[in-house]
Design a protein around this ligand. Structure first.
Ligand code: SF4
Ligand code: MG
Length: 335
């Protein structure tokens, strides 16, 4: 069937001033030609270290940032060409949840009033009906039905993320982009929020783009994943297959830094060797080559093609080019 979302060759560049004492304008290729599809009811993960472009991807897909190149199709419609009116209609169908829900809650507004606002602004219902919908939403995310009379500061971190989720659900979206939705929460609260998200996903048949640096969380929540490195997707495939047999040496590194299928296993990337190079001036050839244990001459010169290894999996690595065999067997065996 048709994917709900189809992203092709999406690019987003930023100009930044850099250098001392004579700063120059340089281009950061935050998103350097990424492509993927999200099916209806699927949880798709965008995974990578901070600065890899995954948050930029989430924002650009919803056109909170304007793409520089590429196409974004939502339910067959080209979002890149949508005018303001069409974007308003689309924003009902695709919502975003941020890491810090507090930032999107007005501290001086009762949360019930804030939650009802989009229903009233879009003219979907009258005040009384909206109030009842808000009570239903609060219950749906595990808060008391009458919690709407309270102000944001009266809620704990976990409760505020429940409010962030309620806010995203208000207009009955089909797609939710969740950008590190549990990273700011205590470990004990993380699994409660993940359980809630999974329950909602299944009950409402939601599609998710789940942006995370945490492989434990991704393994718990997502069916398909794409691994990003410096603005590019370097491996893509079903989550269980990538955990069992990662193809890209970077994915191997990530997987081995986070071997426990536990949503509370955090900070995976802190244990990874080597510094992440900057997207301002990425290494030549394969961007990963300065950290790669399998680096070859060609890797320093030529960026590898993204090639399909089988029907479900793709990878950008010279080890898999021209029918080459990939990683030595010992490397891919489960730890
Ligand atoms: Fe390593 Fe070369 Fe593959 Fe890059 S292309 S991941 S440097 S083997
Ligand atoms: Mg981010």
């Amino acid at each position: 069937s048709e994917p709900l979302l189809s992203v092709k060759n999406l690019k987003k560049f930023f100009q930044v001033r850099k250098g001392f004492p004579n700063p120059k304008t340089v281009t950061v290729r935050a998103l350097d030609g990424i492509s993927f599809e999200v099916q209806r009811g699927q949880a798709f993960a965008l995974v990578g270290e901070s600065g890899c472009g995954k948050s930029t991807a989430g924002r650009t897909i919803l056109r909170l940032l304007e793409p520089d190149e590429g196409t974004i199709e939502f339910d067959g419609q080209d979002i890149g060409k949508a005018d303001a009116k069409q974007m308003r209609a689309l924003r009902k169908r695709a919502q975003i949840i941020f890491q810090d829900p507090f930032s999107s809650l007005n501290p001086r507004m009762r949360v019930g009033t804030a939650l009802a606002e989009p229903l009233l602004v879009h003219g979907l219902m009258g005040k009384k009906e909206a109030d009842e919908r808000v009570r239903d939403l609060l219950e749906e995310v595990g808060l008391p039905r009458d919690a709407g009379v309270r102000f944001p500061h009266e809620f704990s971190g976990g409760q505020r993320q429940r409010l962030g989720i309620a806010r995203a659900l208000t207009l009955n979206p089909e797609l939710i982009i969740a950008d590190e939705p549990v990273s700011a929460l205590d470990v004990s609260i993380q699994s409660q929020i993940l359980t809630l998200l999974r329950d909602l996903q299944q009950r409402l048949n939601l599609s998710f783009i789940f942006i995370s640096h945490d492989l434990g969380v991704v393994r718990y929540f997502c069916q398909v994943m794409a691994v990003m490195y410096l603005g590019k997707i370097i491996e893509k495939g079903p989550v269980p297959k990538i955990f069992d047999e990662p193809l890209h040496p970077y994915t191997v590194m990530l997987r081995d830094a986070s071997p426990v299928p536990d949503p509370t296993a955090r900070k995976a990337f802190e244990r990874i060797e080597g510094e992440v190079p900057s997207a301002v001036n990425p290494p030549s050839g394969c961007h990963f080559h300065p950290r790669c244990p399998h680096v070859m001459d060609v890797c320093r010169k030529v960026y590898p093609d993204f090639i399909a290894v089988d029907a479900e999996r793709s990878v950008a690595c010279h080890l898999y080019a021209d029918g080459r065999g990939g990683l030595p067997v010992a490397e891919t065996a489960a730890a």
